[in-house]
Design a protein around this ligand. Structure first.
Ligand SMILES: [Zn+2]
Length: 77
């Protein structure tokens, strides 16, 4: 007899990001693994969205550093 474990679905149902990164209204950057779950409270409250190439360029210019995940260091591709 099989049981279905109740586990969070990781990396599913992500809106694709052109850079592989996401960011929040507060300027926090994270990769698909480390961004909050889409449609979670955190995702909604902090207004997370995919980081576009234009935003990544503007972020790098404003912050004098490339956009990268703050958890694992993955950079925009
Ligand atoms: Zn990461």
């Amino acid at each position: 007899m099989e049981t279905t474990p109740l586990t969070p679905r990781r990396d599913h149902a992500r809106t694709p990001s052109p850079t592989g990164l996401y960011w929040s209204e507060r300027g926090v950057v994270a990769c698909a693994r480390h961004a909050p779950y889409e449609r979670s409270d955190t995702w909604n409250w902090e207004r997370w969205e995919p980081l576009s190439r234009e935003d990544a360029a503007a972020f790098a210019e404003a912050g004098c550093r490339p956009a990268r995940c703050e958890t694992c260091g993955l950079q925009a591709r």
